[in-house]
Design a protein around this ligand. Structure first.
Ligand code: CUK
Ligand code: CUA
Ligand code: CA
Length: 648
C-alpha cells in the first residue's frame, strides 16, 4: 500500500486518474479471507444494477458554485464539531464554508491558551502528586452534544479519550473543557453517546447519562495477574452522570465495544462488537461470520444496581453488573441482548425517527437494520431469537463503516474500500428483506476522495435531521490539496443530499486526524461574548489589589491587565520562591484577549475579557524577565509588559 501511494503521488497539480487504485480492494479481500471474497463478488453483481458512479472529480457546475458560498461578512449556517483524533482536541469549523473557527484543547496541552499550563486547566486534566500533568496525550474519536427531548440543547459536548480512557465535557457557552473523568478498569474507551432523554424518570427529558464503550478486553483487575488467561479478558460498558461526571455504573460484557448509539426514548444503548471471538490477534478477531450489536436495557441495569446485584473490581468503587451472555439468557430478566451481525461490524447509528439501528458490516458488504421496537419486544420475551430483531440486511458495497440519515427515510453509508458514499432507502431495504423484488434499495453512489471513515448528515443524529448536507470524513486526501510533505491533511467532503442525486460540492481540508463530527444548526449554539469576573473566586477585582504577597517561600503575585498595561510595571521575587501569578483581564470589550508569557520560565497563557487565570512556577534563575502580552490587543500591544525581577 505504501508503495502504491508513492507511485500514485503527483505533484504537478493534475488529477491522477489512477488514484483510486492506491488502496485496492483485492489486497483487502486477501486480508479479510474467504468471506470477504464472497462479499466482493456479491457486491460486484449488485454493482451492475446500481446507478453508475459520479465522475471521479466532477467539479460543481459553475452556476452551482455560488450556491454554497458564504460571502465575506456572512456567517455559516452550521457549526461542525469534530474530534481531533490523536491531536487530543476538538475542532470547530463552519459549514458550508469550511472556515476553521477554533481548536478546543481537551486532552492535549496547548500554549495558545495555556491549556495544561494554568493551574485551572491542570486541575481539570489531573495532576500527579508533584503537580505535573497525569497525562499529556489523548485520542479523541467521538463528539456528541447533550440532548433535550431528542435534539441538541446547546449545553455540553462530550468527547472520549481512547488512550487514557477518559471522558471530557466541553461547555458550549464558552467552548472550553470543564471536566474530565477517567473510567476505572477500562482500556480503549472508544464509542460514546449521551442519552437523548432520561429513560427512568419520565419527567426528565434531557441528557442525564453518557454511555462509554471499551474496545479492548483486559484482565480484570489488570494488576499483573492472569496475563496469559486471555480467554478471561473482559470489557466494561460504562455510564457517566452528565452533571457530576461521576461513573454511575459499569456492565461486564462478553466481546468488545466499539461505537455507541442511544435510542430516542432513552430505553436502550447499543454498541457494535467486532471481536465477539474475544481474540487477541486479528486473525482470531475475524474468525466467525457474525459478531454482534449489543443492546443494554438501561432501566433494568439501574434496577439491578439499586438492588445491589453488583460486584466491584479492584479498588474501584463503581458498581458493576453482569451483562455477559450466559447470565442473561432469560429475556425477561436480561440486562443485555446480543444481536448477531455480519462481520466485524463498524458503526451503529439510529435513524432520526427513532425506529431503526443501522450497523455496517465492514468485512461484509452489508448494512444490518435492527428495529428498536423488536429489541424491546425481545426484552419482554415476545421474540425468541435476538436475530429476529433484524428487519433488513441490504448489500450496499465494500467496507461499509458509518451511516448518516436524512429526513426522508434514506441512509448514507461510507464505503471505506470502495471510496464511495452509498445512498439507500431503509423502508425499501425492509421490503426487499421480506422478499419484495420490485423495490430499489440502493438509490445512488458517489465517489469520495479517498477512503471515507465517518460520514454524517446535518442535524442527522437528532430528530431534527434536515437532509441538507452529508459530510464524508475521508482518511486519505493524497492529491486533493497542495502537498505539504509526507503527512497529509484529511478531507471533509461536503455533499448536497437535498435532491435525488448526491452532489459533491466542496472539498474542505481538515488537519489530521478527525474521526467523527456532528453538524449543528447555528441557532442552537448560544455562546458568551465575555466572562463574568464574579465567577472566578481568585479574581483580582480591583487593580489596587495588585501586589506581591509573601508566605515564606510561597509568593502570590496579583495582577490585572487592561490594554495596554498590566497593573504592575514590575514586581520582585527571590531566587527559590514558588511563585503563583494570578492575572485578571479587566477589559470588557468582546474579543479583547491578553496573553502573559515569561521568558525562560516556560509560562504562556491567555486571559479573555473579565477572565482570571493563574500559573505556579519556581523562580530559580536570578535576573530580570520581561513578562509580555502575547495576544495582539492594542496599538501598544508590544509595550504591554511587566518586568519580573528575581533577586539573588
Ligand atoms: S471510529 Cu474512526 S472511522 Cu473511532 Cu468512529 Cu469509525
Ligand atoms: Cu495585551 Cu497584547
Ligand atoms: Ca469478529
Amino acid at each position: 500500500m505504501s508503495q502504491d501511494r508513492i507511485k500514485d503521488q503527483k505533484h504537478d497539480g493534475q488529477p491522477d486518474v489512477s488514484r483510486r487504485k492506491f488502496l485496492n480492494t483485492a489486497a483487502f479481500a486477501g486480508l479479510a479471507g474467504a468471506s470477504m471474497t464472497v462479499g466482493l463478488s456479491a457486491c460486484k453483481q449488485e454493482e451492475k444494477a446500481a446507478p453508475a458512479a459520479a465522475p471521479a472529480s466532477a467539479p460543481a457546475a459553475a452556476s452551482e458554485a455560488g450556491k454554497y458560498e458564504v460571502a465575506p461578512g456572512q456567517l455559516d449556517t452550521y457549526y461542525s464539531f469534530s474530534s481531533g483524533g490523536h491531536s487530543g482536541n476538538v475542532r470547530i469549523y463552519g459549514l458550508p464554508s469550511g472556515r476553521e473557527l477554533k481548536c478546543i484543547p481537551v486532552f492535549n496541552t496547548d500554549c495558545l491558551v495555556g491549556w495544561g499550563i494554568t493551574n485551572e486547566s491542570k486541575a481539570i486534566i489531573g495532576t500527579k502528586p508533584d503537580g505535573s500533568l497525569k497525562y499529556q496525550t489523548g485520542d479523541t474519536h467521538h463528539v456528541h452534544p447533550s440532548y433535550t427531548d431528542g435534539t441538541y440543547d446547546g449545553k455540553y459536548l462530550f468527547v472520549n479519550d481512547k488512550i487514557n480512557s477518559r471522558l471530557a465535557r466541553v461547555r458550549l457557552d464558552t467552548m472550553e473543557c470543564d471536566k474530565i473523568t477517567e473510567l476505572p478498569n477500562v482500556q480503549g474507551f472508544h464509542g460514546t453517546f449521551p442519552d437523548k432523554r432520561d429513560p427512568v424518570d419520565a419527567s426528565i427529558n434531557h441528557t442525564t447519562r453518557v454511555f462509554c464503550g471499551a474496545e479492548f478486553s483486559i484482565p480484570l483487575p489488570n494488576n499483573g495477574h492472569n496475563i496469559e488467561k486471555t480467554a478471561e479478558y473482559r470489557s466494561l460498558f460504562s455510564c457517566v452522570d452528565s452533571e457530576t461526571m461521576q461513573v454511575r455504573w459499569q456492565v461486564l460484557i462478553d466481546g468488545n465495544c466499539d461505537l455507541v448509539a442511544t435510542s430516542y426514548d432513552g430505553k436502550l444503548a447499543a454498541t457494535n462488537q467486532y471481536n465477539t471471538e474475544m481474540g487477541v490477534h486479528y486473525p482470531e478477531m475475524m474468525s466467525v461470520e457474525r459478531d454482534a450489536c449489543l443492546f443494554f436495557n438501561v432501566a433494568r441495569i439501574e434496577e439491578a444496581v439499586k438492588a445491589g446485584k453488583v460486584t466491584y473490581i479492584g479498588d474501584s468503587k463503581v458498581p458493576v453488573v453482569d451483562g455477559r451472555k450466559a447470565a442473561n439468557a432469560d429475556p425477561k430478566t436480561a440486562l443485555t441482548c446480543y444481536v448477531p451481525i455480519p462481520k466485524n461490524p463498524h458503526g451503529v447509528n439510529i435513524s432520526p425517527d427513532g425506529k431503526y439501528y443501522a450497523c455496517s458490516g465492514k468485512l461484509s458488504p452489508t448494512a444490518t437494520v435492527i428495529e428498536h421496537e423488536l429489541v424491546l419486544k425481545w426484552f419482554e420475551g415476545e421474540i425468541k431469537e435476538p436475530r429476529d430483531t433484524v428487519v433488513a440486511e441490504p448489500e450496499i458495497g465494500l467496507g461499509p463503516l458509518h451511516t448518516g440519515f436524512d429526513n426522508k427515510g434514506n441512509a448514507y453509508t461510507t464505503l471505506f474500500l470502495d471510496s464511495q458514499i452509498v445512498k439507500w432507502n431503509v423502508e425499501a431495504a425492509i421490503k426487499a428483506y421480506k422478499g419484495d423484488k420490485n423495490v430499489t434499495v440502493v438509490l445512488d453512489r458517489i465517489d469520495v476522495h479517498y477512503q471515507p471513515g465517518h460520514g454524517f448528515t446535518s442535524m442527522g443524529e437528532t430528530k431534527e435531521a434536515d437532509g441538507k448536507f452529508f459530510i464524508s470524513d475521508n482518511k486519505f486526501s493524497k492529491d486533493r490539496f497542495l502537498p505539504v510533505g509526507p503527512l497529509h491533511p484529511e478531507t471533509a467532503q461536503m455533499i448536497d443530499i437535498s435532491g435525488d442525486k448526491m452532489k459533491l460540492v466542496a472539498d474542505h481540508s481538515v488537519l489530521s486526524e478527525p474521526h467523527d463530527s456532528i453538524v449543528v444548526r447555528r441557532d442552537i449554539i448560544k455562546t458568551r461574548q465575555v466572562y463574568n469576573m464574579d465567577e472566578f473566586p481568585n479574581a483580582v477585582k480591583d487593580p489596587k489589589d495588585s501586589g506581591v504577597f509573601r508566605d515564606g517561600k510561597k509568593v502570590t503575585v496579583k495582577l490585572t491587565g487592561q490594554a495596554p498595561a498590566y497593573s504592575m510595571p514590575e514586581f520582585t521575587v527571590k531566587k527559590g520562591d514558588e511563585v503563583t501569578i494570578i492575572l485578571t483581564n479587566h477589559d470588557k470589550v468582546e474579543d479583547l484577549t491578553h496573553g502573559f508569557a515569561i521568558p525562560k520560565h516556560d509560562i504562556n497563557f491567555i486571559v479573555n475579557p473579565q477572565e482570571t487565570k493563574s500559573v505556579t512556577f519556581k523562580a530559580d534563575k536570578p535576573g530580570i524577565y520581561w513578562c509580555y502580552c502575547t495576544h495582539f490587543c492594542h496599538a501598544l500591544h508590544l509595550e504591554m509588559r511587566s518586568r519580573m525581577i528575581v533577586e539573588l
